[in-house]
Design a protein around this ligand. Structure first.
Ligand code: ATP
Ligand code: MG
Length: 224
């Protein structure tokens, strides 16, 4: 579904992505972990065209959605408007159909009573569920998450991780940058550990969490 080959990216003189290659198959969940500044967000931004790569190749089949750390909802639009705007305006889809689908997405997210609320009237966890609903309303083939829970309190983190787990159970293809190691272990089919612009370790959760790589062990040690 997604293939990135030999991606390189520099900001000024600093090479932030150094020859990154990865593949995501349909129905697969890829988790990207690694220390702050290792290039995880830049990789996601290159994959989703928010940033231009310097070299390398990106091959896609289908469309993608993106969920950010800070929700990025339009503050002056209601929950419903936030969700239906792009499918109607960008995808030019039938209004009634989009509203109907948005209602069922809100129900799925446990927010059926919030469609007329404004983002500032919602908790962080609720806002994040709206932004997941908004991404899903575009019917993406692949969903990218950049630290979807790092702006949330621990109890709200759990509710978002649950939503993502449910999506995984429905075979949604996802690429998730996360600092939640237990979650990554549970939900990922494949894990990439990045450091300093390189993929230092990768494999199944079992492989990566049992890695004898010094850098990997040092990183995982911080979560114990
Ligand atoms: P975190 O876990 O803190 O989110 P990250 O792994 O997502 O970190 P990136 O945001 O990808 O890291 O940043 C990697 C490096 O690239 C950092 O050194 C950062 O300062 C630099 N960088 C990122 N975006 C820009 C930019 N627009 N201009 C200049 N430097 C940037
Ligand atoms: Mg980041």
């Amino acid at each position: 579904l997604l293939e990135m080959k030999n991606i390189k990216k520099s900001f000024d003189d600093v090479e932030v992505l150094k020859d990154i290659s990865l593949k995501v198959e349909k129905g697969e969940v890829l988790c990207i972990i690694g220390p702050s500044g290792s290039g995880k967000s830049t990789l996601l931004r290159c994959a989703t065209n928010l940033e231009t790569k310097d070299s390398g190749e990106i091959n896609y089949q289908g469309s993608f959605g993106l969920v950010f750390q800070n929700f990025n909802l339009f503050p002056h639009h209601t929950v419903m408007k936030n969700i239906v705007n792009a499918p109607i305006k960008v995808q030019k889809r039938d209004k009634d159909e989009v509203y109907k689908e948005a209602k069922s997405l809100l129900k799925k997210m446990g927010l059926e009573d919030k469609e007329n609320a404004y983002p500032c009237e919602l908790s962080g966890g609720q806002q994040q569920r709206v932004s997941i609903a908004r991404a899903l309303a575009m019917n993406p083939d692949i969903l990218f998450f950049d630290e979807p829970t790092s702006a949330l309190d621990p109890e709200l983190t759990g509710e978002i991780l649950k939503v993502i787990k449910d999506l995984a159970a429905e075979d949604m293809t996802m690429v998730i940058v996360t600092h939640e190691m237990n979650f990554a272990k549970n939900v990922a089919d494949y894990i990439i550990f990045m450091e300093n612009g390189y993929i230092v370790e990768q494999g199944s959760p079992e492989e990566v969490f049992a890695s004898q790589n010094t850098r990997m062990k040092e990183f995982l040690g911080k979560f114990e």
